[in-house]
Design a binder for this molecule. Structure first.
Ligand SMILES: [Zn+2]
Length: 382
C-alpha cells in the first residue's frame, strides 16, 4: 500500500502552483490539519498566500517547520518522462515538479505533526508549520512580510526548513546556516571622447582594469568553522553605446558578494571602496557611484541542543551522521533566524531540483517523516 506521505505529496504535486500561485495547496493542508485540532492564520500579500498552522500553546519549547508551496515552471514539457503534474511513481521513485523542492518535505512535515498530536494530544510546547507561495519568486510578499507579523503573536525557539539539503544519501547534509547575499552596482565615471583624441578623454575601461584585477583575488575575510571565506563575483561589465569611434564615459559593473557572518555590508563596502580608491579612483581622479542591494543577511545556528537533537534523529532514523554545512544559495530561513530562532535545514536529495524529471525516492519521504517526528519528540518532550 502507498505510504500516506506519498498520497499527500501527490495531492500537492498535481496542483499547478507555479510561483507565486498557491493553487489551493495551503487550504488543502489547513483543512486537513484543522481536522486534527490545529489552528491557522492566513495572510495574502499581493498575489502571495501565506499561512501559519499550529498546535499547542506557549508553555514549553516551540518548533516551527518552514516550507513553500510554490514551484518553478516545468521548462521543456517534451523532455519530461512523465507529465510534471501527474505525480507518477515508477520503480519506487516519485516524479513531478516540486517533488524535492519542496512538496514532498511539506507532506512529511504534515504527517509528522499529525502523528505527534494523535499520540500526545496535550503535549507541552507548540508545533507549527509556516508556508508561503513566494519562495521561488522575488520573495518579497512571502516569509519576509509574514514572519514579522507572526513573531508578534507566537514565540518559537526552533525552526526547521524543509529545503532539499541532502546530497547523496538522505540526511547526509544539514544546513546550519546560509551565507548572506549582497549585490552591488559600481559605476566608474571617466570622460567621454573621440577615439582619435584620447588625450582629451579618460577611458574608464583601461583605468579600472587594475582595480578589477585586484578585486578578483582579494581576501575579504577568512570565514569560520561553518562558513567558507566570503566570495565576490562580477556578473556583468558594460561600457560604450555600440558606436566604434567613441571612448565611453562610464563603466558599469554588477557584482555579488556571498558572505560569511565574519563580514557585513558595512565592512565589505568599506573594503571595496578602499580597493577602488587605491587602484582606480584616487590614482586617476575618477568619480564612482556604488549602489547596494542586500538580498539576505547570513544566518548561523549555534544552538548545541538543537544541533545534537537533529543529529540524533537523523542517525536513529536514516542511519547516517549528517555533515553540518552552510553551502547553497539563500533560503527563507534568512527571514526567520533574525527573530532569535535557531534555524536549520533538512530535506530530500537536491540533485534534480529545478530540472526536468525532478524526482526523489518514495522511501526517502518515509524516512523524512520519521526524522521530523523523532525531532518533534526530542525537542518538545525531553
Ligand atoms: Zn525550495
Amino acid at each position: 500500500m502507498e505510504p500516506e506521505v506519498i498520497s499527500l505529496a501527490k495531492q500537492l504535486i498535481t496542483k499547478p502552483s507555479y510561483t507565486p500561485d498557491d493553487a489551493g495547496c495551503q487550504p488543502l493542508l489547513m483543512n486537513r490539519l484543522s481536522g486534527h485540532g490545529f489552528q491557522g492564520e492566513h495572510h495574502r500579500f499581493g498575489e502571495v498566500d501565506n499561512v501559519l498552522i499550529w498546535h499547542g500553546d506557549a508553555q514549553g519549547p516551540a518548533l516551527m517547520f518552514l516550507g513553500h508551496t510554490d514551484v518553478v515552471p516545468p521548462g521543456d514539457l517534451s523532455a519530461w518522462k512523465h507529465d510534471p503534474l501527474s505525480a507518477h511513481v515508477e520503480a519506487g521513485v516519485l516524479y513531478g515538479r516540486g517533488v524535492a523542492d519542496m512538496k514532498g518535505s511539506v507532506a512529511a512535515m504534515v504527517l509528522a505533526m499529525e502523528k505527534f498530536v494523535a499520540q500526545y494530544p496535550s503535549h507541552p510546547g507548540k508545533i507549527a508549520l509556516m508556508l508561503t507561495s513566494d519562495e521561488e519568486g522575488v520573495a518579497l510578499d512571502g516569509v519576509k512580510k509574514f514572519m514579522p507579523l507572526m513573531a508578534k503573536k507566537h514565540h518559537f525557539d526552533y525552526c526547521l526548513v524543509g529545503e532539499p539539503s541532502s546530497s547523496n544519501v538522505l540526511g547526509d547534509t544539514v544546513r546550519v546556516g546560509r551565507r548572506g547575499s549582497l549585490h552591488v552596482t559600481i559605476k566608474i565615471k571617466g570622460k567621454q571622447g573621440h577615439v582619435a583624441y584620447p588625450q582629451n578623454a579618460k577611458n574608464p575601461i583601461f583605468l579600472a582594469a587594475d582595480a578589477i584585477h585586484k578585486l578578483g583575488g582579494f581576501e575579504w575575510d577568512q570565514g569560520n568553522d561553518d562558513f567558507p571565506p566570503t566570495s565576490f563575483q562580477i556578473s556583468n561589465i558594460h561600457a560604450g553605446s555600440g558606436v566604434t569611434n567613441i571612448i565611453p564615459g562610464e563603466l558599469e559593473i554588477t557584482a555579488n558578494f556571498r558572505y560569511a557572518p565574519t563580514s557585513s555590508q558595512a565592512s565589505l563596502s568599506k573594503q571595496l571602496r578602499q580597493l577602488l580608491d587605491e587602484y582606480a579612483l584616487k590614482k586617476y581622479d575618477l568619480d564612482c557611484e556604488l549602489d547596494w542591494q542586500l538580498s539576505g543577511e547570513p544566518f548561523h545556528c549555534t544552538d548545541k541542543k538543537y544541533k545534537q537533537a537533529l543529529e540524533a534523529s537523523v542517525l536513529k532514523v536514516a542511519g547516517v551522521k549528517p555533515e553540518f554545512n552552510t553551502a547553497g544559495g539563500t533560503s527563507d530561513g534568512r527571514f526567520v533566524a533574525p527573530h532569535g530562532i535557531a534555524t536549520m535545514e533538512l530535506g530530500p536529495i537536491n540533485k534534480t531540483i529545478h530540472q526536468v524529471n525532478e524526482c526523489e525516492k518514495v522511501s526517502h519521504f518515509v524516512l523524512l517523516e520519521n526524522i521530523y517526528l523523532d525531532l518533534i519528540q526530542r525537542l518538545l518532550l525531553k
